[in-house]
Design a protein around this ligand. Sequence first.
Ligand code: NAD
Length: 299
Amino acid sequence: KGKRAFIAGVADDNGYGWAIAKSLAAAGAEILVGTWVPALNIFESSLRRGKFDASRILPDGSLMEITKVYPLDAVFDTIEDVPEDIKSNKRYAGSSNWTVQEVAESVKKDFGSIDILVHSLANGPEVSKPLLETSRKGYLAALSASSYSYVSLLKHFLPIINPGMHLIQHGSCFIACGSSISLTYIASERIIPGYGGGMSSAKAALESDTRVLAFEAGRKHKIRVNTISAGPLRSRAAKAIGFIDMMIDYSLANAPLQKELSAEEVGNTAAFLASPLASAITGAVIYVDNGLNAMGVGV
Ligand code: NAD
């Protein structure tokens, strides 16, 4: 039976979430996505009107099917957390059941279970401000949208993620199924001027949480938890930060592999991490960046 994946953070065909969806679909998985509520209408209508058809083509020539698109706002855990102004906001009032708990309940009702959970979302309202100029509100908003959102998603989806099974094959023990993946950035551990607003802090939290969650979800449910530290990609979110072209040029000039990183390379790594081929990998930060993280100085 094919696996089922829920990918949070897909709102167009340019980002890592879309590429991960494609790689998982190419490997035979059924695809469900969670789309940020304010971006939902344009994403769904673009999908319907065929705007993404060229980007839906899989290696075998067929088109990726997205079985269902769920509205999601990952900064709210339950309906009780939603303030009045958001509830009555036109873009939010048009959809329902978009808090993390409600989305997990809807997926359970619709499909029963999933095998793969992907978190491909981040938001830092003050990302263009240096940390010294970041407000408490902006810093906490970055952590809420980019780090706690993952803790919350995993917590609410965990009961419906098919637990890993120990499989004995050719005398070796594998853990099949049950995998969770997020996306991080090297600004968590090295100084990247321009990645501000507490976003560097948010990625550091995400990476630390990856280790603790790997322990908790591993012991309890045999689920593996990993994060991919991805190199620069010209996504919608990255363009909003304002220095993405510079980062791509820097990588081209300085990384061991002098080529532009394609989103597909990150997607393929996610497919590997979700597969039994990665059965002993958990709690890891996996670099998919043409090796840039290994450099000590620019050349
Ligand atoms: P993207 O714009 O494709 O994805 C970000 C998504 O987050 C968007 O779809 C947006 O709608 C969604 N989102 C924002 N706030 C949300 C909320 N509260 N609830 C639900 N969804 C919300 O951009 P991307 O660059 O592909 O980002 C995906 C992940 O990759 C992020 O974690 C990002 O930090 C990480 N990453 C990106 C780069 C890069 O250079 N683009 C590098 C390393 C890591």
